[in-house]
Design a protein around this ligand. Structure first.
Ligand code: AMP
Length: 156
């Protein structure tokens, strides 16, 4: 309930003190599903090991990008780390850096090819937050008009 929600100042202090802890003491690094995650466990892992085909648009040592099978708009692209982490908090800094490095370039390519200059970059973490595939993935979703692409509604 809103009444018990911490103030922005309390949230700021709590998050800052979490960030001050050494990386090894963060629970995400000991999260069992990361340790046990195997490639074959998710559909994206199966794509990475070649068990399932994809429309590949980019690949390097750490990252694969391919077209979404059920696009919200033409050009809807998924960008995934090769590291089998389930959520962003569980991803290594190296894998995250590799994703961050290539995301703007992929966005430019999607914009150039679709001719659509507006787009959303989305990354869901956890079922309740609309994550259907338990392998980190960034969506690049062109927003050509009010009907196609990602629909977002902030609480009023
Ligand atoms: P999310 O809800 O963020 O987990 O998004 C999962 C996305 O993966 C959805 O947009 C699906 O359409 C997409 N997807 C699921 N299976 C495949 C597949 N085999 N190839 C490409 N995209 C897929």
């Amino acid at each position: 309930p809103r009444a018990t929600r911490p103030t922005p100042g309390q949230a700021e202090n709590s998050i800052r003190s979490q960030l001050a802890r050494p990386a090894e003491s963060h629970p995400a690094h000991a999260y069992p599903s990361t340790r046990n995650a195997t490639m074959a466990a998710t559909v994206f892992g199966k794509i990475l090991i070649g068990e399932i085909p994809c429309h590949k648009i980019y690949e390097d040592a750490h990252v694969l990008a391919f077209l979404d099978i059920n696009p919200l708009s033409y050009g809807h692209t998924l960008v995934i780390p090769k590291e089998p982490a389930e959520t962003l908090a569980q991803l290594s800094a190296e894998a995250a850096a590799a994703l961050g490095r290539v995301l703007p370039r992929l966005c430019r390519a999607v914009v150039a090819v679709t001719g659509v200059r507006e787009y959303n970059v989305l990354e869901n973490n956890g079922r309740g937050a609309h994550q259907a595939v338990a392998h980190v993935h960034f969506h690049i979703i062109p927003k050509p008009n009010s009907k196609e692409g990602l629909g977002i509604g902030w609480p009023q």
